[in-house]
Design a protein around this ligand. Structure first.
Ligand SMILES: *Cc1c(COP(=O)(O)O)cnc(C)c1O
Length: 363
């Protein structure tokens, strides 16, 4: 049996008729960028998350870059960010000329709230939190620390659409919830797309202007903006998928539960979920000291796996000028050497999963 790490067309086939109708509606409408579909999606996604405003954008990275910019954060400012996040979270900071200050993760792969306060300096301007792999970060503690220091919280929700902490949706704890709708995400489009959600009217208006060359009124450019407009086609397709998001997340929880119950290899540490949090299992990430041997063994058995992520940002080639060295963030480095994402996707069959479990246990 051949198992890929991701199979995207199964979820398309599940809702094929709805997707095709939505796509044709846009193609026939004669309006393709920032129109009715985008406006409706923004309303619907704001309502889903429970926030007042949603601004549709081109990508998750844009949501991060623009959120940092809208807070006026730039050169000389520091932003706290976890040391094991995806590079895009960090680019959201450095693209504005600000300096990322890395904070090690906890055993749930999220920023360790216990280490946060020690990293705050008089240059710290924000705390950036990534709800990595689909699990909410320790938001009670993080928000408490942020409030005591008067710091805004930005949430990278690219992997946490619908994930909650104490029943409260990720993306609603800070000023800005930054979402990516890249095709592999739990709420994935059929191309690039992203959004910011917020309750702050002025902040929403800044992002809205920024995405369209800094203008509210056409050709009246109030700020130096960019082009991060959301397509009608993606918005229409996202509207379809949003109506199924809870069911799709639930399916992943069932898949994760089967992995939890089925995997019994003592060499493997299964993902742990914080009591107050749930996970939408964007990824099912195990740890194994012999990770590379395990991934080779699975590959030999035709099972694809992925590593999220093999190189922590402080060791990335693009950030050499920040002066990060091996040993600076030992937990992030250990995770980079030990994590392995097992296949988990919409429409994964019991037989496919049983095969993965069998081989993982046989390693
Ligand atoms: C996917 C992802 C992003 C970037 O989203 P794009 O839409 O690809 O720009 C940012 N942060 C995290 C954690 C991600 O997984």
């Amino acid at each position: 049996m051949q198992i890929k790490c991701n199979v995207l067309d199964r979820q398309f086939q599940m809702y094929q008729q709805e997707y095709e109708e939505a796509a044709l509606r846009v193609l026939r409408s004669g309006w393709y960028v920032l129109g009715n579909e985008v406006a409706r999606f923004e309303e619907e996604f704001a309502a889903y998350t429970g926030r007042k405003y949603c601004v549709g954008l081109n990508s998750g990275l844009d949501a991060l870059v623009m959120s940092v910019r809208a807070l006026g954060i730039g050169a000389g400012d520091e932003v706290l960010v976890q040391s094991n996040t995806y590079i895009a979270t960090v680019i959201g900071i450095t693209e504005n000329g600000a300096t990322p200050v890395f904070v090690e993760p906890d055993e749930y792969f999220n920023i360790d709230a216990e280490r946060l306060e020690a990293a705050i300096t008089d240059k710290t301007k924000a705390i950036m939190v990534t709800h990595l792999y689909g699990q909410a970060s320790n938001m009670d503690k993080i928000v408490d620390i942020a409030d005591r220091h008067g710091l805004p919280v930005l949430e990278d929700c690219a992997q946490s659409h619908g994930a909650r902490f104490h029943g409260k949706m990720t993306g609603t704890f800070g000023i800005s919830g930054c979402f990516s709708f890249y095709p592999t995400k739990n709420l994935g489009a059929f191309g690039d797309a992203g959004a910011v959600v917020t309750d702050d009217e002025v902040f929403a208006e800044q992002i809205r202007m920024m995405r369209n060359y800094g203008s509210r009124e056409r050709y009246h450019n109030e700020i130096e903006g960019m082009n991060s407009r959301l397509d009608e086609l993606q918005a229409a397709l996202l509207r379809v998928k949003l109506t199924h998001l809870d069911a799709l997340n639930e399916e992943r929880r069932v898949l994760a539960d089967r992995y939890d119950r089925g995997i019994s290899n003592s060499k493997i540490i299964k993902p742990q979920i914080r009591e107050e949090a749930d996970s939408i299992y964007h990824q099912y990430v195990i740890r194994c000291a012999e990770r590379d041997a395990l991934s080779w063994y699975l590959a030999e058995n035709d099972i694809q796996t992925q590593i999220h992520y093999p190189i922590p940002p402080h060791l990335a080639q693009c950030y050499q000028q920040l002066g990060g060295k091996k040993g600076d963030y030992p937990i992030a480095e250990q995770y980079a050497n030990e994590v392995l994402s097992l296949p988990i996707y919409t429409g994964m069959t019991e037989a496919e999963q049983a095969y993965v479990i069998e081989k993982v246990n046989a390693f």
